[in-house]
Design a protein around this ligand. Structure first.
Ligand SMILES: [Zn+2]
Length: 343
């Protein structure tokens, strides 16, 4: 059994991922990464939540229609899922920047937007309005885009960050709630400004070989290793999540300096993009950090679990999954109510 740092369920050695992988969503689990997870008290709840999140994968198309969500019939009801409330907030709270809560259970005040066009990045899927983050995340992405360009990567295509006030999302992620997570495509930015249509409908490319045991040599290049290494070596970065086949390739291609590999963790999905998580910023006392990754580079036999038969070809669930509970406002830190209600 590999070290599943944060994922172990109290009474069992079965890592939380196995619970996730028995759900119908598992094979497409993008960044609904329990990843990441999890603080013990909310662990199981969040695992259930993972399974409930609808897909919004990097390669899933967006829309060009400007259609606001319909008003909620009972927005003040305590049972309203928090994702319904946060998804209806299209503007940030103009307060000092603060990440509140845990990556998979929190919200964000004072968010800033990553501009949709930079000299070394472009934002994808603009219809999702998820290019918001803590200013530290935006600064990190701008810094990474420039460093990556110098390392031979033409520019970043940036996928989901957070909603304007953070919080749970209607589709796609368990985390990304506090403005400190960002998805970056493993497809380089082209040498032109993408059209609105391309940003919604262009597909990312899977880096994983058909048998799921390694990267696809037809598309994988060493520049991708350099890109992920560059991100992992940034002192603000706490974790990076990639598909296990990608982690295997990074282990193979890393040079003698391998310390950065410890931050790069395998997780379901993440075939098309990698997910960067930065540390809780000093201005955010209510931000809950994630414990350090286990020692070692996480290569070799640490990856065996991910290439085992049960993970590569999970048995279908015995019974259809029951509808899963959603986080409500009461499940989030109390300050998130103020963030939500602020004008
Ligand atoms: Zn993500």
């Amino acid at each position: 059994m590999p070290s599943f740092d944060l994922f172990r369920i109290g009474h069992s050695n079965m890592p939380a991922e196995r619970f996730v992988s028995t759900t119908a969503e598992s094979s497409r689990a993008e960044c609904r990464s329990g990843e990441e997870m999890m603080l013990v008290p909310v662990r199981l709840f969040l695992i259930l939540l993972l399974a409930a999140a609808g897909p919004a994968l990097a390669q899933d198309a967006g829309t060009l229609e400007d259609k606001p969500l319909p008003p909620l019939a009972h927005p003040d009801s305590p049972s309203v899922p928090a994702k319904e409330l946060f998804a209806r907030k299209t503007k940030p709270v103009p307060l000092a920047a603060r990440s509140i809560g845990f990556y998979a259970s929190g919200c964000l005040a004072g968010a800033v937007a990553l501009p949709i066009n930079g000299s070394t990045w472009q934002v994808m899927r603009l219809s999702r309005n998820r290019n918001w983050g803590h200013p530290k995340l935006v600064a990190f992405l701008e810094r990474l885009a420039e460093k990556a360009k110098k390392a031979g990567w033409n520019g970043l295509l940036v996928g989901d960050m957070s909603q304007p006030r953070g919080g749970p999302m209607l589709t796609g992620h368990a985390s990304h709630q506090v403005g400190l997570d960002a998805d970056i495509w493993l497809t380089p930015m082209p040498d032109r400004t993408l059209s609105p249509e391309e940003r919604e409908f262009m597909s990312a490319t899977s880096m994983v070989r058909e048998d799921r045991l390694d990267v696809d040599p037809k598309v994988w290049t060493h520049e991708r290793t350099e890109l992920i290494r560059t991100a992992a070596q940034d002192p603000d970065v706490e974790r990076i999540f990639v598909n296990a086949a990608i982690k295997k390739a990074l282990c193979r291609e890393a040079r003698p300096d391998r310390d950065w590999l410890a931050k790069v963790r395998p997780w379901w999905g993440h075939d098309y993009h990698f997910h960067v998580r930065i540390f809780c910023p000093p201005d955010s006392p209510q931000c809950k950090p994630q414990p350090e990754p286990p020692p070692g580079d996480g290569c070799g036999h640490d990856l065996d679990y991910w290439f085992s038969e049960g993970v590569l070809h999970p048995a279908p669930p015995v019974e259809p999954a029951k509808p899963k509970p959603s986080l409500t406002l009461a499940n989030l830190p109390a300050a998130c109510r103020q963030v939500l209600m602020a004008p």
